[in-house]
Design a binder for this molecule. Structure first.
Ligand code: THU
Length: 161
């Protein structure tokens, strides 16, 4: 038998927004605004993301679906690619994500999908500074990861190329 390797993933859990610093609460307000403007007529699953940049700028993203399903894009990547395109030299400090099915109470934290974690990790590696990630459903507890790498163990990065 091979030697077992364990990788730990550490998260912080907050029961409600009031437990978080003002800056994060403000960011969630923007994420919810973004979520409410999501274009998700096929899944009816609305996701909003807000990024805080080091220059104080806040970037919004939401999921954009398409009749040709795979052409759509998640909220997190919409936001991070906008930041990469428009503020290529500015560090990303943190991201807040809120996800909610249209006619359903979504009260458990909804994490970013694997592809979004990979895309976010690219910018974290590029800036050599962790990006805090906070995620939530439409209500209920909030989970915080102190970095993207923490959310995606065994990260594939440019160093392998
Ligand atoms: N979605 C996101 O926007 N972010 C995620 O991390 C998971 C999924 C979107 C994609 C699609 O529009 C809908 O949610 C259902 O998968």
């Amino acid at each position: 038998m091979g030697k077992s390797l364990k990788i730990e993933l550490n998260l912080e859990r907050f029961e409600q927004l009031e437990e978080l610093p003002d800056q994060v609460r403000d960011l969630f307000r923007v994420a919810v605004e973004a979520r409410e403007a999501a274009y998700a007529p096929y899944s009816n699953f609305h996701v909003g993301a807000a990024l805080l940049l080091a220059n104080g700028e806040i970037i919004k993203g939401n999921n954009q679906e398409n009749a040709a399903y795979p052409s759509g894009l998640c909220a997190e990547r919409t936001a991070v690619y906008y930041a990469g395109a428009n503020y290529p030299e500015v560090e990303i400090v943190m991201m807040a994500i809120s996800a909610k099915a249209k006619d359903k109470e979504t009260d458990v934290p909804i994490p970013p999908c694997g592809a979004c974690r990979q895309a976010l990790a690219e910018y974290e590696v590029k800036q050599a500074k962790p990006i805090e990630v906070y995620f939530r459903g439409g209500s209920g507890p909030i989970l915080k990861s102190s970095s993207v790498e923490n959310l995606l163990p065994l990260l594939f990065t440019q160093k392998f190329l």
